[in-house]
Design a protein around this ligand. Structure first.
Ligand SMILES: Nc1nc2c(ncn2[C@@H]2O[C@H](COP(=O)(O)OP(=O)(O)OP(=O)(O)O)[C@@H](O)[C@H]2O)c(=O)[nH]1
Ligand SMILES: [Mg+2]
Ligand SMILES: [Zn+2]
Length: 355
């Protein structure tokens, strides 16, 4: 099985995982696209339409990049049936958008996650930090790819500014006008490796995939003349296996990336804050007003950029509210705490005075 599926990213580890899956007579396939209630899967038998049927179907939520176990039928003319989703090695998740409850898994089994930003406009460092936190949390290896270097107003200043927030994360600067830069990126790719691209609309994600694959796989479109924003050209998450090469997972540009319940991702994205915080007097220091806070002291001394701290605290607050939303136990604790606080407040002389 390994040989036939290796161009899709299968390896001996997946062999072992598949053996542990309870799916008699099923075979593995990789999800290359997801539609509302249909999935396109690819296996050694080519591309097929698949659906999720039977008891427990609602719990299986395959996403692009997932390895799934499939069977035919029930009728021969039916699409394949997905009977199991193999445990993910990595999952790019974002917090629930709009009013919806659940978090969303954007992509699964991603090896490298490219955060793509255009140099046509000054880099939005706060946005890059947000993407980095989400990327680090996913289990994939994050990298930052700055595109359209040919259109940058001050290339050196822009790359230096981004370099200040990426620390050790690999940083690539490319342009479709710069074959050497594209070649360097291509050289870094390995066969069977899954690379997902994430970033705002118009950043040039699909263009980059086409250029690296040397083929017009993904649709692209010009950005709007006025504000240089994209037109949301890519509308679904799709995996493009390149013959003998890597697999590219293209995604639609996002208006906003809401973070999920960040855990280690935050510390990885803000390594200097993580380091300072080890010296805080309180272990659960929130770096807002506590005595003995080493992070605030670092800002005071000028060794930490206050914008970085503000960004960190904003993401942390968002992650905490997301955690309350998804984890019923944490949510219950929070509600209880809040009720106690309200009760205390009601009996507080100050509160009475205000009434
Ligand atoms: N000058 C220049 N233009 C580029 C470069 N890369 C991409 N573009 C242009 O930027 C526009 C948007 O590119 P897309 O690849 O469609 O952007 P996208 O990130 O896939 O956008 P969505 O699918 O909407 O998320 C296209 O007109 C590309 O030709 C570059 O390096 N230099
Ligand atoms: Mg696109
Ligand atoms: Zn602190």
């Amino acid at each position: 099985m390994t040989d036939e599926l290796s161009p899709l990213g299968w390896d001996e580890g997946w062999d072992a995982t598949f053996e542990g899956v309870d799916a008699e007579g099923a075979w593995p396939a990789r999800v290359t696209a997801q539609h509302r209630d249909r999935w396109t899967v690819q296996s050694s038998m080519g591309l097929r339409d698949a659906r999720v049927v039977g008891a427990g179907a609602a719990a299986l939520k395959p996403v692009t990049g997932d390895w799934v176990a499939c069977v035919v039928g029930p009728q021969k003319s039916d699409p394949w049936s997905i009977v199991a989703v193999l445990p993910r090695r990595s999952a790019v998740r974002r917090g629930a958008a709009g009013g919806s409850q659940g978090q969303q898994v954007l992509a699964a089994n991603v090896d490298r996650l490219w955060i793509v930003q255009s140099l046509e406009i000054p880099p939005n460092l706060r946005s890059i930090e947000r993407y980095l936190a989400v990327a680090w949390e996913s289990g994939a290896s994050p990298e930052v790819v700055l595109t359209k270097s040919d259109l940058a107003q001050d290339l050196d200043a822009a790359t230096a500014a981004v370099g200040d927030v990426t620390f050790g994360t690999p940083l690539w600067v490319v342009s479709v006008e710069d074959p050497a830069a594209i070649e360097a990126l291509r050289d870094s790719l390995a066969a069977g490796q899954t690379v997902a691209l994430l970033g705002p609309s118009g950043a040039g994600k699909s263009t980059l995939i086409n250029r690296l694959a040397d083929s017009e796989l993904a649709k692209t479109a010009e950005v709007r003349a006025g504000d240089r924003k994209g037109r949301h050209t890519t509308t679904s998450r799709e995996l493009f296996p390149i013959h003998g090469g890597a697999l590219f997972l293209d995604t639609p540009g996002m208006r906003e990336l809401k973070v999920m319940d960040l855990d280690e991702g935050l510390g990885h994205a803000f390594p200097e804050i993580d380091e300072f915080s080890a010296e805080c007097r309180f272990r659960d220091c929130s770096h807002s007003s506590e005595p003995g806070c080493a992070v605030l002291a670092a800002v005071e001394e000028g060794s930490l950029d206050p914008d970085r701290l503000a960004s960190y605290r904003k993401l942390e607050a968002e992650a905490a509210s997301e955690r309350r939303r998804v984890d019923p136990r944490v949510r219950a604790e929070y509600v209880a705490e809040w009720k106690t606080a309200m009760r205390t407040l009601k009996f507080h002389p100050k509160y009475k005075q205000r009434k």
